[in-house]
Each structure stands twice: as structure tokens, then as C-alpha cells.
Design a protein around this ligand. Structure first.
Ligand SMILES: [Zn+2]
Length: 266
């Protein structure tokens, strides 16, 4: 299990240095303001092609996290239409830097909407999206009408996406904090998710500052939150895929969390 590729989430200026500072084999980052609509911009001094070449040479895998403002599920046209555009721009830019995948949150519909509307909107989004790199949909912690908080919704989402052109390029990112805070028990969750999606491509390994089913998306360092450490370690072990820690404390905090995880994985 020591062969698992692991890393953290950091700045995009120099993802290779971010990974190396954590003793890591991968780096996750945003290609711009996670709360903004401006579109991706590569900040690496060597540009997109330079980052791709340098990361390859350094043996560092890259993952791009799409902005949080994105919500391709919503019935609100003024959010959904720019969300599709921003997602396409992000996936295209991620391909240019040689990323292994783009992580995007499952989104949500309005409280008063039928959830089916959100699944339809996901179908349309995927059907039109050019995906030179895989898109990894991440489970979310909160929201009453979220598309990917609970397993029954993830099952409907996968059914909808499966009918879209390029649907088989869509993967899954399982976040341990979001699962716990969202009200899905981590014990046995990897198998349950895989029985729905057929795959887990990436683990976001985070402890949760808030209690089970609180609906709050606040990450904590391992051992400092509400999740039993063993449940996080077992989830990582069972999934057996690359791991990103998105915990507080920047390079040092995440390096310590990665060391914590490696020690327990043995
Ligand atoms: Zn996450």
C-alpha cells in the first residue's frame, strides 16, 4: 500500500514544488479563483506546456479542482450556463497542463426543484462536454437538494450520466469529510460507491470538523476532527487509488497528515 500516490492541495504557481514540499507524488490545485467566474489561467512560470513537461520529468501527477462556484445541475440559467462554459474551459486547460483529472462538485438544485431536473442537467452537460481528461465528480457534504451527497442520488446521477456521450470518461472522487458530514458512514462505503459507479478514481482524505450528518463542509487535520482515524485509513486502503489531503495548515499541515496516513497504511 505504500505505493499509493498521495499529495495535497496547494497553490498553482509551482505545483511541483508544492508536491515536493509535502514529500508527495501528486499535486492538486485551482487554475484560478475558486470563487470566481473569470476562467482558468495557468500561473506556472513556464506556462501550461512547461508545467506539463516539468511535472512529467519530476514524476508528479497533477489534479485540477474546478471552481466551487460551478453548479451545472441548477435550474437557474444564470448559473448553469456559465457553469458549463467554465467547466469546459477548466477541462481544456487541465488537459494543456497534462492533468490526470478535473474534480468537480456534484452541485445541487433549488430547494423547491425536483431532483430529476438536476440529473437531466448533468446529462446535458456531460453530453456536450469535450473531455480530453477525465472529469471526476465529487460527493458533497451539504445541501438538502444536492446531487451527490447521498448514495441514492449518486445512483440516479450515474444512471443519467451513463446515457450521455462521453459518460464513461466521468469518474468519481470520494471525499471522506463530505461523506461523514453528509451522513454516509465510511465503513463499507468504498464498496457501496463502487457498486453504483463501478469506479473510484481519487480519494479526498480529510477529517471533519463537524459531526456526522451535520451537512457542514469543514475539513480538519487527521485526529483533530470527528472521524475515527481508522475509518479514514480503511477508506484509503480499500479504494487503493491516488489520495489528496485538503486539510488545514498548508504545506506543513498537509505533510504531517500525509505522514500520519503513510504510517498507518504501513
Ligand atoms: Zn474534497
Amino acid at each position: 500500500m505504500t505505493a499509493l500516490v498521495m499529495g495535497g492541495h496547494g497553490e498553482q504557481d509551482d505545483p511541483i514544488a508544492e508536491a515536493q514540499a509535502r514529500g508527495a507524488g501528486l499535486a492538486q490545485f485551482f487554475l484560478g479563483d475558486p470563487q470566481g467566474w473569470k476562467g482558468p489561467k495557468v500561473a506556472y512560470a513556464g506556462g501550461a506546456a512547461g508545467l506539463k513537461a516539468d511535472a512529467e520529468a519530476a514524476g508528479i501527477a497533477l489534479y485540477v479542482h474546478a471552481p466551487y462556484v460551478l453548479n451545472v445541475a441548477t435550474s437557474n440559467n444564470r448559473i448553469r450556463i456559465p457553469s458549463r462554459k467554465l467547466l469546459q474551459q477548466t477541462v481544456t486547460a487541465a488537459a494543456e497542463v497534462g492533468a490526470a483529472g478535473v474534480i468537480v462538485h456534484g452541485g445541487h438544485v433549488l430547494k423547491t426543484d425536483d431532483a430529476e431536473l438536476g440529473f437531466e442537467n448533468w446529462f446535458k452537460c456531460i453530453d456536450r462536454l469535450e473531455m480530453p481528461v477525465p472529469l471526476l465528480i465529487e460527493n458533497t457534504a451539504g445541501g438538502d437538494n444536492a446531487m451527490a451527497r447521498h448514495l441514492d442520488r449518486i445512483a440516479r446521477l450515474w444512471e443519467a450520466i451513463g446515457g450521455a456521450e462521453g459518460g464513461d470518461t466521468v469518474g468519481f472522487c470520494l471525499d471522506t469529510c463530505h461523506a461523514h458530514a453528509g451522513g454516509e458512514d465510511l465503513v463499507g462505503l468504498v464498496d457501496k460507491v463502487r457498486s453504483i459507479t463501478g469506479r473510484i478514481d481519487l480519494i479526498h482524505a480529510n477529517d471533519s470538523r463537524d459531526t456526522f450528518d451535520s451537512g457542514a463542509d469543514r475539513h480538519a487535520n487527521f485526529g483533530a476532527g470527528e472521524i475515527a482515524g481508522e475509518a479514514i485509513v480503511e477508506t484509503v486502503r480499500e479504494a487503493g487509488v491516488p489520495v489528496v489531503v485538503e486539510t488545514p495548515g498548508g504545506r506543513e499541515g498537509q505533510a504531517a497528515d500525509l505522514a500520519w496516513l503513510r504510517e498507518r497504511l504501513g
